[in-house]
Structures are given as structure tokens and as C-alpha cells.
Design a protein around this ligand. Structure first.
Ligand code: ATP
Length: 357
């Protein structure tokens, strides 16, 4: 991992009035560029095989310039071209996934947020130890498939976007569904309830609002994922019947739907975010910027958190011009703009080292 000290040295040489915000041309790049422009930054689109013509259709989100790379290794090799331009990279889910953790950690270019969070996020066991030690309720884990007595979800480690996950109600169904060629998996209680993907932002430098630690926690928006085919399966009758036709539920993310939560649950939502942040400071120096708790609310109005994402999530995309929550913080503000604003505020307060690594 590139030491934070090294990143601070690089940032010291930057011209604070000439910072460029860059990200990979994918995932949430439209709102990141749009937000950076609104805050007055220059923008740079990084393309490693990504097509870029679609930005012509969205002029207010088209980066000022593009830089093209042959591969992610090429990207790492050319880091100095980015630092020469005073670039700050905003990592998003696809950026880290395509680039790979090792390359991302080694990249000698300032990035928004704390890169140390990756190790706590990547491995499901380590992630669970963080969240549970923060008092977060998670779905029960079943160590031995023979103990499956209630519906469970079998999750392959490393599979992204729910691909290949399957539901089993007993050991028999588990044996029928398991793909032994996959490296490893975890078995988790299937939580019945409604899903809310909560989009938070933690600022270590903001001194007003919902104070947590030295800074403040914000709730910017929430979404529900559209998942194929499970979200539409009910239209065809009972799942048991469908199995006879070789049709099984799958959980592949295809889109995002805006949503709000019942207002009486908001205290709990903020307290969960607060506990996660406080624990992150104890464990690895803090989670900074956007993060998402992926939750299911049961009919007892209890939250079960099945995952945390520690950077901007694609579920924020419906809110490029603000959300019912961010509008009560700053009208029209997206998560992309919030990130750019944090960089601007940190620059103006001479505190960039608090938000970059
Ligand atoms: P990503 O990394 O894109 O967030 P993933 O591959 O890590 O996805 P999860 O987010 O853990 O997968 O789960 C995928 C989907 O499975 C969720 O969006 C949710 O619909 C469903 N799901 C996950 N865990 C549970 C659970 N314990 N009970 C019921 N449904 C669940």
C-alpha cells in the first residue's frame, strides 16, 4: 500500500487552484463529473477500453478531457502523467473491481477516501467482524450446509452483483444448487423483508449537522436494486412449480429504483451509520466519504445489514439533481457533487490530507 505520507508529499506539490478531478469512465462517472464541474473543478475521464462517445449525449457531465490507457498496468505505469496534472482520483465500485486491489493500493496518485478500508471490505469474514463489533445486526451464518433448516442464500465469494447466488431451503436443495468449481462460498440466513440501500457520507472536516467523531455524518439518499429475475418471478406462479420448468431465482442487478424509508426509522439509520464510522476509526483510521449499508427491514422493523460498500455506489445515480434527503442539506446535491465539495472545502481549509490517501 502506498503510504499516506507519500500521498501527502505529492499533494503538497499540487497547485491548489488547479486541481483536476478524474475517474474511470463507467459506473457513476456521469454524476462525479457533473458534480465536480458544479464545484468548479477541471475534469478528466480515464478510459481503459471504455467507450466514451456516450458523454456527447450528456454535455453537463462530459469531462473536459480524456486520457486513454491500453491496460490497468499501463495506467499504474503512467501515474506521473496524472500527478503532473494535479489529479485527484475518485474511486468508484467498478474502478476498484477492474483495477484489482493490489494495483489500486499501489497507485501513486492521490485518491479520495481512505484506501485502508479495502482490506476490511473485501473479505466477508473481516467485514462481518467490523460490522458486528459496531453493534450492527447481520443475517446469521450457517457454518455447515447440513444444518440448513430455514431458507438460506448461498453466496460465492468474489462473485459480483449477486451472480450465481442461489436460495436453498434444506440440505438437499443446497446439494442440487452448489457449484463446486467455485472457490469458496458462505451460507447465510435468507432474511425476509424489504431492502433499503442507504447512502451515507462521512466528512471528517465538517463541524456542523449530525456530529460523529471529529466530523459529521450525512444521509444523502437511498435506493432499492432491481434484480433479475427474482423481482419478476412471482408473476409466473410458485417457485416450486417453476423449478419443474428449470427456472430458478437469480439476483443479478440490472438497475436502481429511488426510494424513501418510513420516517420513524431514520434515527436507527443514522445510528447505524454512526456506529460503523466510530468503529472504523478504532480499526483502521476511519472510513471517509461515501458508503452504503445494504439492509433488509423485517416486519418487526429491525434492520439486518448484509453488506457494506465503502465508496460511491451506483444506487446514487437516480439522484444527480438531488434526493429527498440531500435536498434538506443542500438543494440539488448529488453524492458526486458532495465529494467534489468535500475536496474543495478541504483544499480551502488546508486539510486535503484529511480526505485523501
Ligand atoms: P454487490 O457487491 O454488487 O453489492 P454482492 O455480489 O456482494 O453484490 P450481495 O450484495 O451480498 O451480493 O447480495 C446480492 C443480493 O442478494 C442483494 O442485493 C439482495 O437482494 C440479496 N441478499 C443478499 N443477502 C441476503 C440475505 N441475507 N437475505 C435475503 N436476501 C439477500
Amino acid at each position: 500500500m502506498v503510504p499516506r505520507k507519500r500521498i501527502n508529499e505529492i499533494v503538497k506539490d499540487y497547485d491548489p487552484e488547479d486541481i483536476t478531478i478524474a475517474t474511470l469512465c463507467s459506473h457513476t462517472s456521469l454524476q462525479l463529473f457533473n458534480g465536480a464541474k458544479k464545484e468548479g473543478f477541471k475534469t478528466l475521464g480515464l478510459a481503459v477500453n471504455q467507450k466514451t462517445r456516450f458523454y456527447d449525449a450528456f454535455p453537463l457531465s462530459k469531462p473536459d478531457e480524456f486520457m486513454r490507457f491500453d491496460s490497468y498496468d499501463d495506467f499504474v505505469d503512467r501515474a506521473s502523467e496524472l500527478t503532473d496534472r494535479n489529479v485527484i482520483i475518485i474511486p468508484h465500485g467498478s474502478f476498484v473491481e477492474y483495477m484489482g486491489t493490489k494495483r489500486f493500493e499501489a497507485m501513486e496518485v492521490p485518491t479520495f477516501g481512505n484506501r485502508s478500508v479495502l482490506r476490511w471490505e473485501e473479505d466477508r469474514d473481516i467485514q462481518r467482524s467490523w460490522l458486528e463489533s459496531a453493534g450492527i445486526q447481520m443475517p446469521k451464518r450457517i457454518a455447515d450446509a447440513k444444518d440448513i433448516k430455514e431458507p438460506v442464500l448461498v453466496k460465492y465469494n468474489g462473485a459480483k452483483g449477486g451472480r450465481g447466488f442461489f436460495i436453498a431451503k434444506d440440505y438437499m436443495e443446497f446439494k442440487m444448487g452448489i457449484d463446486l468449481s467455485q472457490e469458496s462460498y458462505t451460507i447465510q440466513e435468507y432474511v425476509l423483508g424489504t431492502r433499503y440501500y442507504l447512502h451515507y457520507f462521512y466528512s471528517p472536516i465538517r463541524k456542523s449537522g449530525y456530529r460523529v467523531g471529529e466530523g459529521a455524518l450525512e444521509l444523502l439518499s437511498m435506493d432499492r436494486r432491481d434484480e433479475s429475475n427474482i423481482d419478476e418471478l412471482y408473476k409466473l406462479g410458485s417457485t416450486e412449480e417453476l423449478k419443474k420448468h428449470g427456472m430458478f431465482p437469480s439476483l443479478v442487478v440490472t438497475g436502481n429504483i429511488p426510494i424513501v424509508i418510513r420516517e420513524s426509522l431514520l434515527s436507527q439509520v443514522l445510528e447505524m451509520g454512526e456506529n460503523v464510522i466510530q468503529k472504523s476509526y478504532e480499526l483502521f483510521g476511519g472510513l471517509i466519504g461515501p458508503f452504503c449499508l445494504e439492509t433488509i427491514v423485517t416486519d418487526k422493523l429491525e434492520f439486518k445489514v448484509f453488506e457494506i460498500s465503502c465508496r460511491i455506489v451506483a444506487g446514487t445515480n437516480p439522484y444527480i439533481s438531488g434526493s429527498p434527503y440531500s435536498d434538506m442539506i443542500q438543494p440539488g446535491m448529488s453524492t458526486g457533487q458532495r465529494i467534489a465539495k468535500e475536496i474543495k472545502d478541504a483544499r480551502d481549509m488546508n486539510m486535503l490530507d484529511y480526505v485523501l490517501s
